[in-house]
Write a protein that binds this ligand. Structure first.
Ligand code: AGP
Length: 609
């Protein structure tokens, strides 16, 4: 997730763009860059790795006068976070400048084609390909050239483009990544979100999928990539700048919960083809190791360890290899037997969790092949691994993880499929079924959010509960564990996550009217067994909240409250089941007046053992 801002108008562009970037820095801060064009058509570009302050220092006292410009704050996906890969990017002639948020999935083919046709690409990014495609298509009209370039691009993007010879014109486009247009008095803006432009205007056009906007100081013309006109109504935004950073939500946690469809889309970009084939190019170099290993050990903490449980179950199911999860703090000092035939998978959002890094380093020293699954480019865990799969979920600000849980699950599922494919144990039919379910997942997550509209009222109804017991079985257990963790983290109410079949071996004694049972009862191979466990709880007067699959006719008879989620592949069910549980935790915490984004006693990244 990167931040984009553009300006065209009579005022000095430089300070407006830098201020816009400051508002967008929460979206990523691996590097920042700016491009300005003077009225005479002179181009100035500066970009620096690291936070915006580095760019500000670099341009202090030498920012040229300009009435048009683009600026970008980067959160690295393709290419290391260095000066070279920082945006903006140019074509061969230096006439065209592009900034981009998202991932161009077919960038390898595009770059190969461009190089074969004589272009010189200087960065490792997917974005630079766009600049050269626009260069090839340019015949005096920037909007036409951008549309022609985009017709060759697959993936998710928000882009902003300018041409040195068209000094009042910006062209923007959006596909599955946000981009807004700000309309001022004789000036216009493009930005990733309204936070960047709110100081200048409240008149906004929210672009929709496939929109291309041709922007001049006096107005905007919107088309699709084919050039057919589109209309977008102007919205008057009345958010405060602070609310705007949170996308209009009261808290980052709520924003990040609602970002999950987009986070899944970005995370899956390039990993599942339209036909449903599953790819994990990042681990291709480990194919031989995947064939050789005899065991798989996953190491992680907290939320990441629950996502790892889904990964372990999938690896075991699809390869027959023993696969298990050990929390980092146990793994380091009571390590399992490790050797070159043990694949170790370290799962960590931050990539900096000491309890996860120490055992991973230990495993590397024992000769284990290591895959890291992390959200953070350049983080410590990436230096311990032979291969890294990035979540591509964008920065997560709230301490309580949400979008990184769902993208950890999908990334591990893609990894599990890659291991099984390398070993020849995942048939084509099975792969395509899984691939299609992955492709449908972002939409299904959006629907799960819609279906959860009654959760705030439900949270109110259960506010007096003494504690909660969350249960699941098989693939639904990790969702129950994560639901319980979310609730205790942000609401400070005790919640336990338990294997449903274990209830009767002890914790059932906790159940009564004041201790409800939250059953993750989505469709699965062990659904009937789980329902029997729910009945055991019900017989002890526990009120029952069920998360169930749409169309489940019977569940209403045994649950006091049901929250529906769409049907999906069983291995992906925790992704959807967790959504209403995240919302339940959030609304319970809000009702109790807690600091939702920074709950007491917690830190986003725990760098001590
Ligand atoms: C999640 O809501 C928690 N904040 C916590 O359990 C977290 O998942 C854990 O500390 C691991 O962090 P990591 O993924 O950055 O390694």
């Amino acid at each position: 997730m990167c931040g984009i801002v553009g300006y065209t108008g009579p005022r000095e562009a430089g300070p407006i763009l830098i201020e816009g970037l400051r508002r967008l820095e929460y979206r990523g801060y691996d590097s920042a860059g700016i491009a300005l064009v003077s009225e005479a058509g002179d181009l100035f570009v500066e970009k620096k790795a690291g936070k915006l302050a580095n760019l500000q220092t670099a341009i202090a006292d030498r920012t040229p006068s300009a009435a048009i410009g683009l600026a970008h704050t980067r959160w690295a996906t393709h290419g290391r976070p260095n000066d070279l890969n920082a945006h903006p990017h140019q074509d061969c002639t230096g006439a065209i400048t592009v900034i981009h948020n998202g991932i161009i999935e077919n960038f390898r083919e595009l770059r190969d084609g461009l190089e074969a046709r004589g272009h010189t690409l200087t960065s490792e990014t997917d974005t630079e390909a766009i600049a050269h495609l626009v260069e090839e298509a340019y015949a005096g009209d920037l909007a036409d050239a951008v549309r022609a370039a985009l017709r060759q691009c697959e993936g998710a993007y928000a882009i902003a483009v300018m041409h040195r010879g068209e000094t009042d014109r910006l062209v923007g486009a959006r596909q599955n990544v946000p981009l807004v247009v700000g309309l001022g008095d004789g000036e216009a803006f493009l930005a990733s979100d309204v936070a960047a432009i709110l100081a200048h205007t409240r008149r906004v056009l929210f672009l929709e999928e496939g929109d291309v906007v041709d922007l001049r100081p006096w107005g905007a013309t919107i088309t699709n990539v084919e050039g057919a006109p589109r209309e977008r109504a102007e919205t008057l935004v009345d958010w405060s700048p602070e609310a705007a950073e949170k996308g209009g939500y009261d808290h980052f946690m709520l924003k990040e919960i609602h970002e999950q469809p987009d986070a899944l889309r970005q995370s899956l970009a390039g990993r599942v083809s339209t036909s449903g084939r599953i790819h994990a190019p990042e681990v291709a170099a480990l194919t031989e190791a995947f064939r050789r290993v005899t065991r798989v050990e996953l190491v992680a903490c907290g939320t990441a360890s629950y996502a790892a449980l889904v990964g372990a179950a999938a690896i075991q199911d699809w390869t027959g290899l023993p696969a298990r999860v050990t929390v980092g703090s146990e793994f380091r000092y009571s390590p399992p037997p490790l050797d070159e035939n043990t694949l170790v998978i370290a799962v960590t959002q931050s990539g900096e969790t000491a309890d996860t890094i120490a055992p991973t380093r230990w495993a590397r020293e024992q000769g284990c092949p290591i895959v890291a699954v992390t959200n953070t480019v350049g983080s410590a865990i990436t230096r311990e691994a032979n291969a890294v799969m990035f979540l591509q979920a964008g920065p997560e600000i709230a301490v309580a993880a949400s979008k990184t849980f769902v993208t950890q699950v999908t990334t591990l599922i893609v990894l599990a499929a890659a291991i099984a494919k390398a070993r020849g144990s995942l048939g084509l039919e099975q792969e395509l079924e899984l691939g299609q379910a992955l492709r449908a997942l972002p939409e299904a997550a959006a629907r799960a959010l819609e279906l959860a509209k009654d959760v705030p009222a439900m949270a109110e109804r259960y506010l007096g509960a003494r504690g909660f017991m969350f249960i699941g079985r098989g693939y639904t257990l990790p969702g129950a564990l994560e639901g319980a963790l979310k609730l205790k983290e942000v609401s400070y109410i005790h919640a336990e996550g338990y294997a449903a079949g274990e209830l009767k071996h002890g914790p059932i004694s906790l159940l009564d009217l004041e201790c409800p049972l939250v059953a993750v009862a989505t469709r699965s191979r062990v659904y009937d067994k789980l329902i029997s466990n729910v009945m055991e709880g019900r017989a002890r007067d526990a009120r029952v909240i069920a998360v169930a699959t749409e169309g489940d006719q019977g569940i209403g008879r045994i649950a006091d409250d049901v929250v529906w989620v769409p049907e999906t592949h069983e291995a992906l069910s925790p992704v959807l089941a967790v959504i209403p549980l995240q919302l339940f935790a959030y609304y319970t915490a809000v009702a109790r007046g807690n600091d939702v984004d920074q709950p007491r006693n917690l830190a986003k990244s725990v760098t001590v053992e």
